[in-house]
Ligand binder design. Structure first.
Ligand code: SF4
Ligand code: SF4
Length: 351
């Protein structure tokens, strides 16, 4: 099969991103994920199939517009109080998506487009002038890109042929052979480790983390020299925002047999509105990450790495002088526990 024969299912293509990998990047978000994290900011990524959505914030309301009530040949869009209602039981994703094409305000959405690697790479190349100067390129994210391996390899291989830099963001839950093949093609791997505790991982995400943790260790043993690995941990209230979770993560990172960069990411609720568009309840409710926890988490993680014999790391900066005020088990550490350098967001560790 050639590049032009194989397609992948994506739900977003975003230009000029600066958060996921070095420099300025085009992000391609593929659909399908084996995890079900309740804090997911891309819930439209989770299903491996296209998924309909109705954004009532954009809808003009039935007093002004009733086009969609007549547009669905299956009667899945119904009259509600002032606004249409999408009956997801009836919607069969008819492929014409006439609801979406007829809605004048973009309120009716179908998440999921079939695309081929050359189309994506062509778009990245058009924007390439910015990327080359900034050290950026293409980032493949999701969902879980490793769930669509043929499409992923097409993207990474074609990008390589065109001399575009690539990053792959993964939660690492896939056959090692697939991860290893993708890592061999990418320039940067953004690898999520959510928590080391197996039981808590399973309770919150629906799957245990045995394969994820062993995959990263195995990958680091065989890491190709060109590959840069960033380990990223979202710090989520009620899940892993504890000293115990930070310490366990530090001990795990200290076991990795080659250099990685580590970044703790703050929990946010940017994806909350998408849950109502998809007709789902947002599981995290109004939970917030308390001020100072991110810095304390990084500091405790770093301290734990050092205690486990990890040397040669630069430490994150902390704005938190009073960890005892943070609650949730955090106590003010002695000075050796406190992060010190000005490079707060990312620190490197190397054997
Ligand atoms: S067609 Fe779109 S804007 Fe008009 S009522 Fe339906 S969802 Fe709202
Ligand atoms: S995707 Fe097709 S079946 Fe589903 S609501 Fe839209 S028009 Fe109807």
């Amino acid at each position: 099969m050639s590049f032009s024969d194989r397609s992948g299912l994506i739900f977003n293509l975003q230009s000029y991103s600066v958060h996921d990998g070095p420099g300025i990047r085009t992000m391609v978000f593929v659909k399908g994920c084996p995890l079900r994290c309740p804090w997911c900011s891309n819930p439209e990524s989770q299903s491996s199939e296209p998924e309909p959505g109705l954004n009532l914030v954009r809808c003009l309301g039935l007093a002004k517009c009733r086009i969609c009530l007549m547009s669905c040949p299956h009667g899945a869009v119904k009259k509600g109080i002032g606004y249409p209602v999408l009956d997801r039981e009836i919607c069969c994703l008819c492929r014409d998506y006439s609801c979406r094409s007829s809605c004048p305000s973009g309120a009716l959405i179908v998440y999921g487009e079939r695309v081929k690697a050359p189309d994506i790479i062509g778009r990245v190349e058009k924007e390439g002038v910015f990327y080359n100067r900034s050290g950026g390129g293409l980032t493949v994210s999701g969902g879980e890109p490793l769930k669509q391996p043929d499409f992923l390899m097409d993207l990474l291989e074609l990008a390589k042929r065109r001399r575009l830099k690539t990053a792959l963001e993964t939660a690492g839950l896939a056959e090692f052979a697939v991860l290893n093949e993708a890592a061999g093609l990418a320039d940067v791997l953004l690898f999520d480790i959510k928590i080391v505790d197996r039981r808590i991982h399973e309770i919150f995400t629906g799957v245990d983390n045995d394969l994820i943790l062993s995959n990263l260790i195995l990958l680091m043993e065989k890491k190709p020299p060109h590959l840069t690995v960033w380990v990223r941990t979202p710090v989520v209230p009620g899940f892993n925002d504890t000293p115990a979770a930070a310490r366990a993560l530090g001990r795990y990172l200290a076991r990795l047999p080659a250099e990685v960069r580590f970044e703790a990411l703050p929990y946010h609720r940017f994806g909350q509105s998408k849950y109502s568009i998809l007709g789902r309840h947002f599981p995290m409710g109004s939970l917030r990450l308390a001020d100072g926890i991110l810095e304390a988490f990084e500091g405790e993680c770093l301290h734990s790495m050092k205690m486990a014999g990890q040397v040669n790391c630069t430490s994150p900066d902390s704005e938190s002088d009073s960890w005892s005020a943070l609650g949730n088990g955090w106590e003010r550490g002695d000075d050796s526990k406190r992060p010190a350098s000005s490079d707060r967001q990312i620190f490197s560790l190397k054997l």
